[in-house]
Design a protein around this ligand. Sequence first.
Ligand code: ADP
Ligand code: ADP
Length: 219
Amino acid sequence: MSQPTYIILLGAPGAGKGTQAERLHERLGLTHVASGDLFRENVSKQTPLGLLAKSFMDKGELVPDDVTVRMVMERIARPDCARGVVFDGFPRTEAQARALDAAFAREGKRLRAVVLVAVRDEMLVERLTARWSCPTCNAVYNLLSNPPRVAGQCDRDNTPLVQRDDDKPETVRRRLEVYHQQTAPLIAYYRAAGLLREVNGAQSIEQVQAQIVQAIEEA
Ligand code: ADP
Ligand code: ADP
């Protein structure tokens, strides 16, 4: 079997990582691993990890690195990740990136590319405050740019859509600060490793997707 493909989508909250990762799943068969979705599943099941994570998520802060890394590593060891993974929302700190590098080095795995989806802050706030998602399948919609076919309902499974607690304006602002302080340094980190590709995330979903696919194919 060929080597699995590992891609990281890097970008601020609202840049479109989840939307694009879902499409890469459909197009390239890579499994979408979103650390935020994994945390939200734990929150809704009220696991000990979920209770811990919630106290950080509600404030727009990051969950500590050690528990995050452990959770993601367990996820990508599962059989459905054998063909490869698109990471969405992970890594989010330099410590997480180093932990991922160390684990990949131990296991003989290789990152194919890190694609930065670049969008300016004002547009992110606009997108996040109009974001609705499906609590069953995690599909993401937008009231303005990407509405569901039937208002308030998931296209795939008809579940009533919900708005995330942390998409309220005060928390969004804090999450953007946290992104600039703790996650944006990963741009330089992956550029130095020769892995960074950048796409303009302020285009239509289809245009962004085409550029991401091209960036991966060229990597
Ligand atoms: P992230 O995972 O990076 O936080 P999402 O994929 O959840 O971002 O997208 C944030 C919001 O913006 C969602 O409501 C989504 O429907 C919308 N969105 C995503 N990509 C685009 C785009 N290219 N143009 C307009 N809206 C978009
Ligand atoms: P978005 O892309 O819209 O910021 P996510 O769903 O990726 O949202 O993340 C939601 C929240 O989950 C974050 O604000 C943070 O509290 C937590 N989280 C997700 N991924 C990580 C991570 N890799 N490290 C630490 N915390 C994380």
